[in-house]
Design a binder for this molecule. Structure first.
Ligand code: OGA
Ligand code: MN
Length: 286
């Protein structure tokens, strides 16, 4: 028992580090301890991992079937032979970015919620990171919901919100789509604004992305005002935890009850992360 997993909560509104585990070699009970920590803390960090793409995919599959990666901004679909791997990188090779999201800010979002059935989990594995910048922030959407005044909770609970499908979090227009800046007509998927997490039974606010979001059935003016009010609860410092990346970090988060954003970083530096996304985040009715 010298190598028992150690779970170290961040002490903040979400996030825990798990020490003493090698993701290449996990017993079922070690996997269960990661799974429990992930449900309890919403985001877990494991440092100093040494994974090939196959290792990352094998571990990710223990959480569920994997979605294929979204098409990259260059139109390239995926890493050759590994359609499950989404490359997040600013590195340019032969004039072409090897991944998505560039070196700018990635604004608050939850992954792929423009789909009818978004992924329940995402995993990022850091291969190369800059000395500074490019931190990733996560917020606790259970608390965002719980902090709403009762009247706002009531108003939100019957509504559906459209999650825009045209822009990614880096502000790039998705492949094959034209930029539409009218929230009422832009393509996307409607989801309940308040969801009940199927595994924890807790309610969460499900906002996805601010840009082009639209509350079905309301006038655009009403929709914008209510969304602005809800968003003001969602990203307050007191419900946020962030990771300052080291190469070898794996961060696993729950897309059903968190959002995330990324700081910009020096475009001259190199940042390469590989992501997988686990199916099954159907937002259930409240
Ligand atoms: C993602 C993402 C942020 C980052 O991979 O889903 O939003 O830290 N990445 O690069
Ligand atoms: Mn993301």
């Amino acid at each position: 028992m010298t190598h028992a997993a150690q779970i170290i909560p961040s002490g903040q509104a979400l996030g825990a580090e798990i020490r003493n585990l090698d993701l290449r070699n996990l017993s079922d009970s070690e996997f269960d301890s990661i799974h429990d920590a992930w449900l309890n803390h919403l985001v877990v960090l494991l440092r100093a991992q040494q994974l090939t793409d196959e290792d990352l995919i094998r571990f990710s599959r223990r959480l569920g079937n994997l979605d294929w990666a979204p098409v990259q901004e260059t139109g390239r679909r995926f890493v050759e032979g590994h359609p499950e791997i989404y490359v997040v990188s600013n590195v340019i090779e032969n004039g072409v970015p090897i991944g998505s999201l560039g070196a700018g800010e990635a604004v608050w979002h939850t992954d792929m919620s423009y789909l009818e059935t978004p992924p329940k989990a995402s995993l990022l594995y850091a291969l190369e990171v800059p000395r500074a910048g490019g931190n990733t922030y996560f917020c606790n959407m259970y608390l965002a919901y719980e902090h709403l005044p009762a009247s706002l909770k009531r108003r939100a609970s019957g509504l559906q919100v459209k999650h825009d499908g045209t822009y990614n979090s880096g502000g790039y227009v998705r492949q094959g789509l034209t930029a539409v800046n009218d929230p009422v007509t832009s393509p996307g998927a409607y989801h309940p604004l308040v969801v009940t997490h199927p595994e924890t039974g807790r309610r969460a606010l499900y906002l996805g992305r601010r840009r082009n979001a639209y509350l079905g059935g309301l006038s655009l003016v009403e929709s914008e005002a209510l969304l602005d009010e809800l968003w003001s609860y969602a990203t307050r410092d007191e419900i946020v935890w962030h990771n300052e990346w080291q190469a070898g970090d794996v961060v696993l988060w729950d897309n059903r009850c968190t959002m995330h954003r990324r700081d910009p970083f020096d475009p001259q530096s190199r940042r390469i992360l590989h992501r997988t996304q686990v199916q099954g985040g159907i937002p259930p009715r409240p």
